[in-house]
Ligand binder design. Structure first.
Ligand code: BES
Ligand code: ZN
Ligand code: ZN
Length: 495
């Protein structure tokens, strides 16, 4: 799917569908007014009759529009212009594409709206373009008869007098970031019989090769040499060996390094603390953090963002095989700390303990980890918002600002020292559960904190937003690619 730009009058756009966004309770203005005039003021009439209101996510298809070059017209509501924000623009692109891509069309064109002074043309273009790509793809990877058809071309249309450079940069970002989000979604949607630590690592190697990023994959022997015993203990319940993928992207000669760490449990059965079927059905999604890290680094390298990033993906399968770790086992993690295992289903924090300690040893200046870590975080924040926990408020604020610009929702949870008491163990330095149902997302983060040294660190618990159980008008069910655009935005600012 190519993202292109055109700077012409909207009535002259040749496309299978021309999509135009309208703001709530604002009659057609600017480029829209021009379109409306070519159409004998049909849009104004639909507005006056209340058929079109401009309410967010409202779509109105016009199949044989008169007086314009496009074959069909889709009017999509943008909500109120005063409240325009990144999420709304991304959503407008996604809703339009979801409505149109159930049939195969060659060329979809979107007339870029003027979103007011807060959102520049580059940002608007990037958000609508990535949204459209998002809406063009679904989870049906293994269907013999596809149910969604991505168009060959997405064309972003601006009036001849806009800042062309900005729109072109935005379109390029839409192409690159859209592809990255698709990669993350695809990896999450792949069945666990096909995607396991070794095949995930192969895929990461391929991405690294294509983008010119340095890639090292540690196998189980090398992991043992690196003393990553907590990660290895989780992996031992499965016949599939673990992998640790280390990607190094050098976008500049000097400057600080941003460390990105992802939880990559390619299937989480719970281990001996076995999940029920209902809890287990979607657990191929438990590698979403690792997929997000890989996808973001792909985009940064494609865009040649001048930043230095170290990406670490901890890849294991959590199964209850004969060599599985047992309740009561004590693990010696890479940094020398000991962990009593009281629930094998709290495996994410075990593999991240070693992966975080390893990343800190590679001398990164700031850390972000992403993990589908706890059901408790979903209880706290629901399906659309990720929790953010930190040892450094200033760093967390930077991560939150990046998420806001990307249109992804994060919300901070407190990390006061008394939460640390929840993970005290009688026999070891800590235990791997909080021991009660309360504040489960925080007690998990408190354990991770033991492995980051003093490095400024933000932990994103993406258990809710990484996966969509059902589809809706904005996006399909399955992997959502949540976090990819936040990481790209963060890295861009970091440079
Ligand atoms: N992968 C799960 C968390 C999860 C739950 C992700 C639902 C996405 C949707 C994690 O490994 C887990 O099982 N956590 C346990 C921790 C508990 C045993 C302390 C949980 O949240 O129940
Ligand atoms: Zn688990
Ligand atoms: Zn898990």
């Amino acid at each position: 799917m190519h993202v292109t730009t055109q700077f012409i009058r909207p009535s002259e756009v040749a496309a299978d569908w021309l999509i135009v966004g309208v703001w709530a309770s604002e009659p057609p203005a600017g480029a829209m007014a021009e379109l409306d005039a070519s159409m004998d003021r049909q849009l104004t009439r639909l507005f006056e009759r209340g058929d079109i209101t401009g309410k967010a996510k409202e779509t109105t298809p016009l199949y044989e529009p008169r007086g314009i070059a496009a074959k069909r017209l889709l009017v999509v509501g943008l909500g109120s212009r005063a409240k325009a924000d990144p999420t709304g623009l991304f959503t407008a692109g996604a809703v339009a594409a979801r409505e149109l891509t159930t049939k195969a069309y060659q060329r979809l064109a979107f007339l870029l709206p003027d979103a007011g002074p807060k959102l520049d043309a580059e940002t608007v273009t990037a958000l609508i373009g990535t949204g459209m790509r998002h809406g063009s793809e679904g989870a049906g990877l293994r269907k013999n008869k596809p149910d969604r058809f991505a168009p060959q071309e997405l064309c972003l249309i601006a009036a001849p007098d806009v800042d062309r450079g900005a729109v072109e940069r935005g379109a390029r970002r839409a192409e690159v970031e859209g592809r990255a989000v698709s990669l993350a979604r695809e990896l999450v949607n792949l069945p666990p019989c096909d995607l396991y630590p070794e095949t995930f690592a192969d895929r990461a190697r391929m991405v690294a090769q294509q983008t010119g990023v340095e890639c090292v994959v540690l196998d189980e022997r090398e992991l043992a040499a690196e003393r990553m015993n907590a990660l290895l203990a989780v992996a031992r319940g499965s016949d599939r060996p673990p992998r640790l993928v280390v990607l190094r992207y050098r976008g500049r000669q000097t400057g600080p390094t941003l460390g990105l760490v992802g939880k990559g449990v390619t299937f989480d059965s719970g281990g001996l603390s076995l999940k029920t079927t209902d809890q287990m059905v979607d657990m191929k999604c438990d590698m979403a953090g690792a997929a997000t890290v890989l996808a973001a680094i792909q985009a940064l390298a494609d865009e040649k963002v001048p930043v230095n990033v170290l990406g670490v993906m901890a890849l294991v399968e959590n199964l209850p095989g004969g060599k599985a770790m047992k309740l009561g086992d004590v693990l010696h993690a890479r940094n020398g700390k000991t962990i009593e295992v009281l629930n094998t289903d709290a495996e994410g924090r075990l593999i991240l303990a070693d992966a975080l300690a390893y990343t800190v040893d590679q001398k990164v200046d700031h850390l972000v980890d992403l993990a589908t870590l706890t059901g408790a975080c979903i209880v706290a924040l629901g399906m659309d918002v990720a929790g953010v926990m930190t040892n450094d408020e200033a760093w967390s604020a930077r991560v939150q600002a990046a998420a806001k610009a990307a249109g992804e929702r994060l919300w901070p949870l407190p990390m006061d020292s008394h939460y640390g008491e929840m993970i005290k163990s009688d026999i070891a330095d800590m235990k791997n559960t909080g021991g009660s149902r309360w504040a489960g997302a925080i007690s998990a983060a408190k354990m991770l904190e033991e492995f980051v040294g003093g490095t400024p660190w933000a932990h994103l618990d993406i258990a809710g937003p990484a996966w969509a159980e059902k589809d809706n008008t904005v996006r399909g069910a399955g992997g959502t690619g949540f976090g990819v655009r936040t990481l790209i935005e963060l890295a861009r600012r970091y440079s």
